[in-house]
Design a protein around this ligand. Sequence first.
Ligand code: CP
Length: 306
Amino acid sequence: MPFKRKDLLGIRDLEVHEIEHILEVAFSLKEINTRAIKKVPTLRGKTVIHLFYEPSTRTRTSFDIAAKRLSADTYSVTASTSSIVKGETTLDTLKNLEAMKPDIFIIRHSASGTLQRLAQHTTASVVNAGDGMHEHPSQALLDMMTIKEHKNRLDGLTVLIVGDITHSRVARSNIWGLTKMGARVVVCGPATLIPPRLEAMGASVSLHLREVIPEADVIMMLRLQTERQQQMLLPSLREYAIYYGLDAEKLKKAKNDVLIMHPGPINRGVEISPEVADGPHSVILDQVTNGVAVRMALLYLLAQRQ
Ligand code: CP
């Protein structure tokens, strides 16, 4: 079935069959990344521009690798080294780059909802690579792919998302996506980092990590997004790590086949201990590997539309 959308702005917008289709395409394209020559001509002649207003290691690199492995031409604009520092608006930047005739923009921005507005001002496809506290759809897709790869399903699983839920676009996209796909989502963190109305999104809430760990098939740990916090929301990092950090002692309460995930970047010793991050239950680097396949699938499907 063709993917009919011009843009990928969030998981909230997607139908179940669209998520299933993206994951199917990602699984089929993943094999290209294991070849001796990791390149196919699928997107030859297409141009992809990365426009990043916030730092990134995984998302930016994997979108770039994904585009290059499909033979697209890629260009990167970083806010700190572009004319954005001279006062050019986001919309003017987009319109000027659009005049160079790209096919797809990959955009990360600190303001929630900016991508929706920008997408209305360009005929090129826009992919949300993370907008403020709103959504990070390609992260949720690669997380779903990783869970499916290890558990063979999403429906019926209990996924526990732990940490700074308020400021996390990863949490939001995963709550929308996992609940659509039939998983039960439980979020856990201190009350100061749990936003209101999560139940309306389909998630349940716990303030007590030790109590909910035994229920989980998957535990997704999140970083404290101090760059988005307006005030001191925790007594101390040490106290946070004691109650909400996942370490070997708390992990003893988990199921034998629990998966440990983290979107990165990790703050070792805060939300996750090194022995858990690097331990046998961790699929954190599998998430990164699958990020390339999911982003290849997104670029391929969006380019098909054009
Ligand atoms: N997971 C994620 O978005 O990582 P980066 O910020 O490094 O892209």
